[in-house]
Design a protein around this ligand. Structure first.
Ligand code: F3S
Length: 395
């Protein structure tokens, strides 16, 4: 049947709304044709990734500046983490030239009307779609959370396709926007007991490593907090390339239950932990907040750090969204964390900040952070509970 456009979409493609909108519509329609979509659908929100100057570079920045000449977003649009805290970058050791370029990136997005909260947990700070809503999000952990935990519908967008959706308010209807591509394909029976964000990250690694992109239907989990689910989402998306999963009794989507069943035992989790623990890791960097920490996590960390001092030679980053940091300041959590010598870093994270060469070993509660610390920054890693991470920081 081919891709059919409404009159307004055709006018966007014809350039009636300006250069940036035309370019954006070209991207959306090209993707639609490649994936066999019959139509475009409106999206109600967008999350853009590829914000760190570290990843974008000058070519990426030029592209954004060009789109910002006459481009304006049509829907609620938020940003993924940048390479630094946009106000306190200096005390975190970010070089000045990097900071200048990072600000230029954020300004280009601001010019287009993007809300410049740089976070990978937009759903915690006001970009919260409802069940069934069509959205266009980049950032694999947030995509997985939106599709699975909330029941909204998005493909795993890239930076340019997410920006294109923001400028047109449209995406092509294919992939995870359609019922038939959201059903479970393999069942995982979890026999292991899970406690905390680290365990949920390890479960994400076990299932992600095994599942070969087949959508999991997970049974055996009695309860999970929002923080544990965001950790699981980040991990299963990183290790398994998944955009959706189902968790019996916890996630809202309806799906037929697959017959094929795999078992996940405590030994599997222990093996995953061993795989992320480097025996000879010299821990000089502790980071919590991948995905970005919630106010509840920050309150707990502030309590653990209250009256303590971070050991010499160790650096601690608790990473979060700016509105959450503002709230942490108001509640006195920021003071407790920073008085101890740790940093409450907003807008950035340990994976997208320019940290290569600065540290030897990372301790974190996040399986995803381990993946990027090793792959991108060549740090050794250890995965531990939040409490153990803080214990390491002050010892
Ligand atoms: Fe977020 Fe950075 Fe982790 S973008 S999911 S904190 S690697």
């Amino acid at each position: 049947m081919g891709l059919e456009l409404t009159r307004e979409e055709q006018r966007m493609l014809d350039g009636e709304y300006g250069k940036a909108t035309r370019k954006a519509m070209e991207i959306i329609t090209t993707l639609g044709e490649i994936y066999g979509a019959n139509r475009l659908i409106p999206v109600s929100s967008v999350q853009i990734a590829g914000v760190s100057y570290h990843n974008l570079g000058e070519a990426g920045l030029e592209y954004l500046a060009e789109m910002a000449e006459d481009g304006k977003v049509r829907v609620l649009t938020t940003l993924n983490p940048a390479g630094m805290d946009l106000t306190e970058w200096k005390k975190h050791g970010i070089p000045e030239d990097f900071a200048v370029n990072q600000q230029r990136v954020v300004e280009a997005f601001a010019k287009m009307g993007v809300i410049t909260t740089c976070t990978c947990t937009p759903y915690l700070i006001g970009n919260l779609p409802h069940y069934g809503e069509h959205i266009a999000w980049a950032e694999s952990s947030a995509v997985c959370f939106a599709n699975s935990v909330i029941g909204a519908r998005t493909n795993r967008e890239g930076g340019p396709s997410a920006l294109a959706a923001a400028l047109t308010g449209r995406t092509a209807e294919y992939g995870l926007h359609l019922d038939e591509n959201r059903y479970a394909q393999v069942k995982y029976e979890v026999q292991a007991e899970l406690k905390g964000t680290d365990d949920f990250g390890l479960l994400g690694k076990v299932i992600g490593d095994r599942t070969k992109k087949k959508i999991p239907y997970i049974v055996g989990i009695k309860s999970a907090t929002t923080e544990e689910l965001k950790s699981f989402c980040a991990s299963v998306a990183t290790y398994g390339g998944l955009g959706i999963f189902h968790m019996e009794g916890i996630t809202p989507n309806q799906t037929p239950v697959p017959d094929e069943t795999e078992i996940v035992t405590s030994e599997d989790l222990a093996d995953a932990r061993d795989a992320l623990d480097d025996e000879d890791a010299e821990i000089d960097f502790i980071s919590i907040g991948c995905p970005h920490a919630s106010i509840k996590e920050i309150a707990r960390i502030a309590e653990l750090l209250d009256g303590k001092t971070v050991a010499e030679g160790k650096t601690v980053w608790i990473t979060t969204a700016r509105p959450t940091k503002d709230l942490a300041i108001k509640m006195g959590y920021y003071d407790k964390i920073e008085r101890a010598g740790a940093f409450l870093v907003s807008d950035a994270c340990c994976a997208v900040a320019p940290l290569k060469g600065r540290f030897k070993g990372l301790m974190t509660d996040s399986a995803k952070a381990c993946f990027y610390a090793r792959g991108k920054n060549k740090f050794k890693t250890e995965i531990r509970t939040v409490e153990e991470c803080i214990k390491e920081a002050i010892s």
